[in-house]
Design a protein around this ligand. Structure first.
Ligand SMILES: [Zn+2]
Length: 223
């Protein structure tokens, strides 16, 4: 619903602190035939290249976590909650689901292959299948993955999912491309270079990675 974009951001005091209160959106072990961590949350090179287009309203940052998975992999609710949107206005086509959780947090599951059978207002429990993973390019070949976001309930703030999700991130990071693709600012080369140290995002805020000395440089030399 469009009005959600204009609701004021919730203050810190209204939002549950990260306490590993959620689970992973897939069951079973990671692997090349199941799921792997792909693009991380934050100042990724991919988001940097599209900071003035795809990510311009998200401060130039990839505001979610990507899990590569074959199309049709069952996607599970990361926590107990209530379905707030099915194919709502919050992006990540072709299909998405938003679940509201305790503590004014919401999770968004994006690039789902088909419309979720869930209904708005329906209760879900942690681990319940809420849809099937799909592909942001709609081919199921080019880029099959789930895009997962943790937001405040007003959809104005976007949080690094890592401290909210109970998982062995160190081991998970050993496979896939996770944590290897952050854009450098050579003026501050250690900033935002680890999965844990990424900035919170506010919808419509200024671009965070408009770096004076970016590396890799912008394609075409334009900056
Ligand atoms: Zn993504």
């Amino acid at each position: 619903m469009a009005w959600a974009h204009y609701a004021p951001a919730l203050p810190d005091s209204a939002i549950a602190k990260p306490a590993r209160q959620f689970g992973l959106p897939f069951a079973g072990a990671p692997g090349p035939d199941t799921w792997l961590l792909g693009q991380g949350y934050g100042n990724t090179t991919g988001a940097y290249r599209q900071r003035r287009s795809t990510y311009i309203n998200l401060q130039g940052v990839h505001a979610g976590l990507d899990f590569s998975a074959p199309c049709g992999t069952p996607v599970r609710a990361i926590g107990d909650g209530v379905v707030a949107e099915v194919d709502g206005s919050h992006g990540s086509p072709p299909h998405n689901v938003v679940v509201d959780h305790a503590g004014n947090l919401s999770s968004l599951y994006g690039h789902l292959r088909v419309r979720s059978p869930l209904r708005v207002g329906q209760r879900v429990t942690r681990g319940q299948v809420i849809g099937q993973s799909g592909d942001s390019q709609f081919t199921c070949v080019s880029a099959p993955h789930l895009h997962l976001e943790i937001r405040d309930r007003s959809h104005q703030r976007f949080f690094n999912p890592l401290p909210y999700i109970a998982a062995d991130w160190d081991s998970l990071s050993l496979a896939g491309s996770f944590g290897r693709g952050y854009e450098y600012d050579l003026s501050a080369p250690r900033r935002w270079q680890t999965p844990e140290s990424q900035p919170e995002v506010r919808r419509g805020g200024r671009i965070l990675n408009e770096f004076a000395r970016p590396w890799p440089p912008s394609p075409g030399g334009a900056r």
